[in-house]
Design a protein around this ligand. Structure first.
Ligand code: NAP
Ligand code: 3JN
Length: 342
């Protein structure tokens, strides 16, 4: 049977969440060849129905028996659930694509951005699991891959401006409520973050580590090394939460192995898979979070030579953190799996 005629049984663990909901959307938008779609979540959601392409699919409990007959299990129910239930899904015969940090740095488990290192997918056979990187790493590497391939990269200095949707649905509500409270002149309530996020920027994403960096910052460092299979790249990150709902923005400074002109970078990015060049400063055109929501591409612009060093570049990189940063990347991995491995 040709690939186009084959259909697959897919489970989504965490189907009622922000990322799980986006996975449903992406599967439909990309016409993924589904036979059965099984939606899994906690006891809180069992019995709820979720609409998918005109069907009402009941939510089932995520437990060890939930994966019988499943070919591909997409996990986005948090790292603890991935650690507990991904092995059961593999034992039942499924390949797991995991969106959490649970397995990302496990040397036996591939960590994949399809535009960057799809060759690594085949390594899933060892453990039956493929890890999806952190959203901030994904969009940065989609933009840097053509530059890395052309001239090599010695060092990356990245600062992120991350949307509240990266912290889930409660954080979106909190930002909206805080803005409304402040406009009304009342005291905003602060629950999700340690400080007010409305009209503010918090240089704090995930927990602090002993070296003074946050886990989010170290995810960007470690995941970049693993995906490029190159520990020689110096990477340093500052990750910041900003009062934006969808779309992470990044200021990316790179020291390259050889000089590239702005025109050469533009040409490389124009041809790069998954990238949309948005770089016409004279026409006030540059990537913006508001423009990336709902889009599959990573937007790159504000391309400049870093005039403070011989071989340096500055880029501004923006992507929908829930789509390319999570759900879309996972579905692209599943597509590569069915094209080449299942
Ligand atoms: P969310 O909106 O809070 O959704 C969480 C999902 O997990 C819901 O479906 C929830 O089910 C389910 N869940 C929670 N506890 C459970 C349990 N004990 N048993 C079964 N299901 C349980 O969170 P989200 O924003 O979608 O993020 C989910 C996860 O995706 C994150 O924890 C993270 O690991 C990963 N993520 C990755 C990236 C990335 O950078 N690649 C970005 C965002 C998120 P109920 O509705 O029944 O509670
Ligand atoms: O904060 C963001 O913008 C991205 C959040 C990602 C996230 C949120 C909760 C748990 C992760 C992740 O993917 O690294 C995790 C986790 O699995 O550790």
């Amino acid at each position: 049977m040709s690939v186009s005629e084959r259909k697959f049984n897919v489970a989504i663990a965490g189907a009622t969440g922000a990322v799980g909901g986006a996975m449903l959307d992406v599967l439909a938008r990309r016409n993924f060849p589904l036979k059965e779609l099984r939606l899994l979540a906690s006891e809180r959601s069992v019995g709820k129905k979720i609409a998918y392409m005109g069907e009402e699919i009941p939510v089932r409990l995520l437990d060890k028996d939930a994966f019988e007959g499943i070919d591909i299990a997409l996990f986005s129910a948090g790292a603890a659930r991935s650690l507990e239930f991904a092995p059961a899904a593999v034992a039942a015969g499924a390949v797991v694509v995991d969106n959490s940090s649970a397995f990302r740095m496990d040397p036996e488990i591939p960590l994949v951005v399809p535009e960057v290192n799809s060759h690594a997918i085949g390594r899933y056979k060892q453990r039956g699991i493929i890890a999806n990187p952190n959203c901030s790493t994904i969009q940065m590497l989609v933009a840097l891959k053509p530059i890395y391939d052309a001239v090599g990269i010695k060092r990356i200095v990245v600062s992120t401006y991350q949307a509240v949707s990266g912290s889930g649905a409660k954080a979106i509500e909190e930002l909206k409520e805080q803005v409304a409270a402040i406009v009304r002149g009342t005291e905003p309530s602060v629950e999700v973050y340690p400080h007010q996020i409305a009209f503010n920027c918090l240089p704090h994403i995930d927990s602090f580590l002993e070296n003074g960096y946050t886990k989010e910052e170290m995810k960007m460092v470690n995941e970049t090394h693993k995906i490029f299979e190159d520990d020689s790249i110096g990477v340093t990150a500052t990750t910041v939460r900003v009062p934006v709902i969808y779309g992470h923005s990044e200021s990316v400074n790179v020291e390259t192995g050889k000089k590239l002109s702005v025109a050469e970078v533009r040409a490389l990015l124009q041809a790069a898979p998954g990238v949309k060049l948005v770089d016409d400063p004279a026409g006030f055109s540059y990537p913006m979070a508001l423009d990336c929501a709902g889009k599959f591409e990573t937007l790159v612009g504000r391309i400049r030579e870093d005039e403070s060093i011989p071989n340096g570049l500055n880029l501004w990189v923006v992507a929908d953190n829930i789509l390319k940063g999570a759900a879309l990347n996972a579905v692209q991995i599943a597509e590569k799996l069915i094209q080449s491995h299942l």
